[in-house]
Design a binder for this molecule. Structure first.
Ligand code: HEM
Length: 191
């Protein structure tokens, strides 16, 4: 395999592995929920991890998008395939959706949550809106995990030619898994 294609594949695959953040952030917030009511130090620690992780995630999203477009070009799909091949188009739209959802969380939801958590350190009581904002962020995170896993399935469809039924089955399993990570600690990995 030519070196340029190998490198593009390596960057594409490593970047999407690094984007597993939604899964681990869901586990972190589910663990936090078991620790009881808001607490200034513990919540600051968790929110710092979540806030800073968004920046890393933007970089990996950019890498997966860039390497994906380079693969389209190097593998001779032709850049028109971005509009005419439904699998590639879905991957592009899915990736842009991930960027949009992360932008909404990072630039809109997270600053509000951070201000509220800062208020806890000054001795203010937890604002009543805090749980609702966190719940919305958690739902969006589970949605991102589902989209990410679906993009992996579509990637394998492109490179390995997965059949229709297998693609649908795997996307269905991705939805079930995202729901499990949303609603439990997935102590045994898959369940
Ligand atoms: C979150 C977003 C994405 C994920 C998780 C993802 C994941 C994957 C995976 C797992 C593969 C299979 C790699 C292999 O078997 O070698 C793949 C292949 C591919 N992806 Fe993506 N991808 C994403 C976004 C994109 C985007 C935005 C594009 C371009 C518009 C793209 C274009 C491609 C192409 C052309 C291949 C085929 C490579 C081959 O035949 O070896 N991907 N992707």
């Amino acid at each position: 395999m030519p070196v340029d294609i190998s490198l593009a594949r390596v960057f594409h695959i490593v970047a999407f592995v690094m984007m597993a953040a939604p899964m681990y952030m869901l586990i972190v917030v589910n663990e936090r929920a078991r620790m009881g009511p808001p607490d200034a130090k513990m919540d600051r620690y968790m929110e710092n991890i979540i806030t800073r992780n968004s920046i890393r995630c933007f970089i990996f999203q950019g890498t997966v998008l860039g390497s994906g477009l380079i693969l389209v070009w190097l593998l001779d799909y032709g850049m028109g395939a971005v509009a005419s091949n439904w699998v590639i188009l879905s991957k592009l739209v899915g990736t842009l959706l991930l960027v949009a959802l992360l932008s909404y969380v990072h630039f809109y939801l997270q600053p509000q949550i951070n201000r509220m958590v800062d208020g806890l350190a000054s001795g203010n009581p937890p604002p009543p809106e805090l749980p609702a904002l966190r719940r919305r962020r958690k739902r969006l995170s589970a949605t991102c995990l589902f989209i990410l896993l679906s993009m992996v399935v579509l990637g394998l469809r492109l490179s390995q030619g997965l059949e229709d039924w297998l693609t649908i089955l795997l996307v269905g399993l991705a939805a079930i898994f995202a729901w499990r990570v949303y609603s439990s600690l997935v102590r045994l990995g898959w369940v």
